[in-house]
Ligand binder design. Structure first.
Ligand SMILES: [Zn+2]
Ligand SMILES: [Zn+2]
Length: 128
C-alpha cells in the first residue's frame, strides 16, 4: 500500500468513516483497509497532509484541513491533473485508414495522423 493511501485511510478514520466506505472511496479492497487498521489500531489524533504526509494542525471548530499549506494543496491538485483531464480524451476512428486513435481535447479530429490527413486530401483532389 502506498504511503498516501495509508494517510488517506487514517484521515477518513478520524472523520469516523467506516472501513467499507473508506475502501470504496480510495479504490482499495476492504481487506486492505482492515489489515491497515489491525496493524495501526489507534486512530491518530492528527491529520496528515494529503500531499506531503506531514501532520496538519487542525483549527478548532473549523472544517478539517487536509493540507499543511497552500503549496501542498496546489501541488496535490497539479499532480492529479491527469485524472481530472482524463475525460478530455476522445476515442475516434480514422476516416482514412480506419484505425482507432485517441484525440486529446478535440472530438472532431478525422485522421489518426498527418500522413492519413494528407493521403485523404490527395485522394479527394483526385476524385474531384
Ligand atoms: Zn503538506
Ligand atoms: Zn489513419
Amino acid at each position: 500500500m502506498r504511503q498516501e493511501d495509508r494517510a488517506a485511510i487514517d484521515n477518513m478514520r478520524i472523520d469516523g468513516i467506516k472501513p467499507p466506505a473508506i475502501a470504496a472511496a480510495l479504490g482499495l479492497s476492504v481487506n486492505t483497509v482492515y489489515t491497515h487498521i489491525r496493524r495501526h489500531p489507534d486512530i491518530p489524533n492528527t491529520r496528515t497532509c494529503r500531499y506531503c504526509g506531514r501532520p496538519v494542525i487542525q483549527p478548532r471548530g473549523n472544517r478539517a484541513k487536509k493540507y499543511c499549506s497552500d503549496s501542498c494543496r496546489n501541488a496535490w491538485w497539479n499532480s492529479h491533473q491527469d485524472q481530472v483531464n482524463r475525460k478530455a480524451y476522445y476515442h475516434l476512428v480514422c476516416q482514412y485508414c480506419g484505425k482507432e486513435f485517441e484525440s486529446y481535447g478535440n472530438k472532431n479530429r478525422k485522421y489518426c495522423c498527418r500522413a492519413c490527413y494528407v493521403a485523404a486530401l490527395r485522394k479527394r483532389s483526385v476524385q474531384l
